[in-house]
Every structure is written in C-alpha cells, then in structure tokens.
Design a protein around this ligand. Structure first.
Ligand code: DGI
Ligand code: FE
Ligand code: FE
Length: 190
C-alpha cells in the first residue's frame, strides 16, 4: 500500500490530534531512517500504523491478547500498554504487513524491549520527539537524536520512566527490562 492509502485508512480511526501526531512521527522516523541508514519505507509504514489501536475497544484488545496467546502480562494495563501489541496485530491481519521488523517496531513502540533493532529504535525515538510534542526536555532529546541514536533511545527511556515514577504510575516489566538492558550496555561501553 502507498502512503496516501495508509493515511486514509488510519484517519477515521483516531481524533485529529492523534492523526497530526502520526504525521509528525512519520516525518521524523523517515528523517532518522535516512540519517542512520535504515529503510525509509519501513520507517514510514511502521510510523503511520504505530498508534492505530490507540482508540480500539479494550475488551476487544484483551480478547485478542487471550485468543492469540500474546504476552498475558498485558491484561489489566489498559490501552496505553495494549495499543502497541494490538497495533502490530492489526498491521499484520488487516493491512497484510509481513515484515517482522515493521511489526516489532509497532509492537514495542511504547515500552521498548531488550535488544531493539535499528528500526525499533527509530520509531521509539520519533514517537517521542516529533514536532508536535511539547514537554520540558524535548529539545535536548531532539539534539541527541541527531547525534547518536542509542543515546537518544536511552534518554527517551529514562525520561519516560522518570515521568511514570513522578506521576506514581506502575511500570510495565518490558519497560524495566529495556531500561536495564540499555544501562548494562552503557556500563560495558564505559
Ligand atoms: O501513544 P503515544 O501517546 O504516542 O506514546 P506511547 O505509545 O509511547 O505511550 C503511551 C503512554 O504510555 C504514555 O503516556 C506513557 C505510557 N507508558 C509508557 N511506558 C509505560 C507507560 N505507562 C505505564 N503505566 N507503564 C509503562 O511502563
Ligand atoms: Fe503509542
Ligand atoms: Fe505515538
């Protein structure tokens, strides 16, 4: 499918604001893909579809977690944690995406995971720094993303975890595993 077809397909499934965010993620992910030698079409597809499940019915999403034997730890966390894995499910089953890297980028875009691929890192960072994001520290993250993708991922993960702790929210196991993995890597690099 071409960009315009994907965009037309996602538009009715989300509020205007989320659609504008998605366009921002698409543009940012494609810039990062170009800068870091990743496939721009893959970045484009993953970015357009990344939040497609954000407004899906929670009971329906939990039923898919059950029926498709996805990570059962997802049950009870709500749409913030479900929309990545279910987005990957929709990308595969409704849009016919077969590229595992594209599906994983969508699947893990909220939490990250241990051993993220290049494309996964690009979508993860683009989601956080796209031009419509406005929060304290976003400029610093944007600068990091231009210099070093791994450092940008690490800074984004730390920013999200600090926010969750500050706002007294539970941290999903994958998010912690991702953080630990990144800190161990940075430690061994000195
Ligand atoms: O879907 P977006 O808003 O574009 O961004 P996202 O998918 O990265 O994150 C969605 C929300 O999920 C965001 O408010 C932060 C939150 N989140 C990320 N990791 C965790 C989390 N929430 C909880 N409770 N636990 C996590 O580990
Ligand atoms: Fe998301
Ligand atoms: Fe997003």
């Amino acid at each position: 499918m071409e960009r315009e077809q994907y965009l037309a397909a996602i538009k009715p499934r989300m509020p205007e604001k989320r659609y504008i965010h998605t366009i921002g993620v698409m543009e940012t992910a494609m810039e990062l893909a170009k800068a870091y030698g990743e496939d721009e079409r893959k970045a484009e597809t993953a970015a357009i579809l990344h939040d497609i499940a954000k407004y899906a019915d929670i009971d329906w999403m939990e039923k898919i977690v059950h029926d498709e034997k996805l990570d059962q730890r997802l049950i009870g966390w709500g749409s913030e944690l479900l929309h990545g894995p279910i987005g990957a499910y929709i990308a595969e089953h409704e849009f016919g995406i077969v590229d595992e890297d594209v599906l994983n980028a969508i699947r893990f875009h909220t939490t990250g995971r241990v051993g993220m691929s290049h494309l996964e890192k690009i979508l993860f960072v683009a989601d956080m720094i796209e031009p419509n994001r406005h929060f304290d520290g976003v400029e610093r993250l944007r600068k990091k993303a231009q210099k070093n993708l791994d450092k940008a991922v690490s800074a984004c993960v730390r920013h999200t975890l600090a926010f969750l702790i500050d706002t007294k929210q539970a941290i999903y196991p994958l998010s912690i595993e991702c953080y630990n993995d990144l800190m161990k890597r940075e430690d061994s690099e000195g």
